[in-house]
Design a protein around this ligand. Structure first.
Ligand SMILES: *Cc1c(COP(=O)(O)O)cnc(C)c1O
Length: 346
């Protein structure tokens, strides 16, 4: 393999070498079939086995009960911003949204296209049980903040977990629907994972086009139309890798250690400061700036020379954002911390 960089990109993000190698191999030829993964029918036994194993791994790693469906869609997390209100927000109802950050705001503006929306600014706000649902974002990828615990509410709870799914154990039974675009912590772009409580799907009353109706995906085992075969295959390899290392419990410990190392340096190093409040700091996306903003470009170039890439902050935030997804090795964080120290001594 020729990956030689420390890739802190926020998404699409770093994937383990074994996943890249396995995906490349399957593109050449899938398991001795004489065909490329890109050429096989999604109805073939070979691909049925892939989608079956991927679902099984999702269920195993997140302990998803049988009362939930695991669905593979396209359109990214952004399509979920539209599909959720289209399916679940009735004309007489109100949907509640937590205003957590950039992506939460996008979800809110899409919901307003469908119906009535109320925005709350605290995860523990009181949500009436008649609410269509309460939508939250578990990890704010751009701001670098994360919910340490999830709200308890009588309304159905819907969560955008795009940037921290599979990074820590979660109790799926707290949620009625969880979704995640794959390209943050699950695989390459092109696939969106949806985990939904069956009774919540059964409650859909809105009339929705088949391609946007969750129940159609459930009925057809995510094969109402051609699924994103390559993205699902690569995600399967990634979930195999995650399982082989001890699953979400192990990865949470490792992710915490990576985040701790970097936050400690940010707090210690007089050149830098963190952007998120300490109690809201994300384990996945670490946002920080330099006190002397004029040096930030130079620091980026300094890092680039050391093979440290993907740390520029989001365009509206500036500064830096280091994303520490599952596949980012601890050694890469050590390299960044060393860079921060050496830059100061220069
Ligand atoms: C990246 C991201 C999105 C948008 O994902 P797409 O798959 O590009 O639509 C939505 N929500 C969160 C939390 C994200 O990190």
């Amino acid at each position: 393999m020729s990956q030689t960089k420390h890739n802190f990109g926020a998404g699409p993000c770093i994937l383990p070498p074994v996943v890249l190698e396995g995906s490349a191999e399957a593109v050449r030829e899938l398991d001795g079939s004489g065909l490329s993964l890109l050429e096989i029918s999604h109805r073939s036994p070979a691909f049925s086995a892939v989608i079956f194993e991927t679902e099984k791994l999702v269920r195993e790693l997140l302990q998803v009960p049988d009362t939930y469906s695991v669905l593979f869609l396209q359109g990214g997390a952004s399509m979920q911003f539209a599909m959720i209100p289209m399916n679940f927000l009735g004309s007489e109802q109100t949907a509640y949204y937590l205003d957590g950050g950039y992506f939460g705001k996008k979800a809110i503006s899409e919901a307003k296209v469908t119906g009535q929306v109320k925005v709350v600014d605290k995860a523990d706000a009181l949500i009436p049980k008649e609410a269509a649902y309460f939508h939250i974002t578990s990890n704010n990828t751009i701001e670098g903040t994360q919910l340490p615990v999830f709200p308890v509410t009588l309304a159905p709870l819907v969560c955008d977990m795009s940037s921290d799914i599979f990074s820590r154990p979660v109790d799926i039974t707290q949620f009625d629907l969880v979704y995640a675009g794959a390209q943050k912590n699950m695989g390459p772009a092109g696939m969106t994972l949806v985990i939904a409580r069956n009774s919540f799907l059964d409650s859909i009353r809105n009339k929705v086009h088949a391609i946007l109706d969750y129940r159609v995906y459930r009925e057809h085992g995510s094969m109402y139309n051609t699924p994103p075969v390559f993205a699902i295959y690569a995600a399967m390899l990634n979930l195999r890798w995650l399982k082989s290392r001890g699953g979400v419990k192990f990865t949470q410990l490792e992710n915490r250690a990576k985040a701790q190392l970097l936050y400690d340096e940010i707090d210690r190093n007089p050149l830098f400061y963190g952007l998120a409040k300490k109690e809201e700091r994300s384990v996945m996306n670490v946002t920080f700036k330099m006190h002397d903003a004029g040096k930030e470009k130079d620091f980026l170039a300094f890092c680039e020379q050391r093979g440290i890439v993907g740390i520029a902050g989001y365009r509206t935030v500036g500064g830096f954002r280091a994303s520490l997804y599952n596949a980012l090795p601890y050694e890469s964080v050590q390299a960044l911390v060393k860079g921060m120290q050496d830059y100061g001594n220069n």
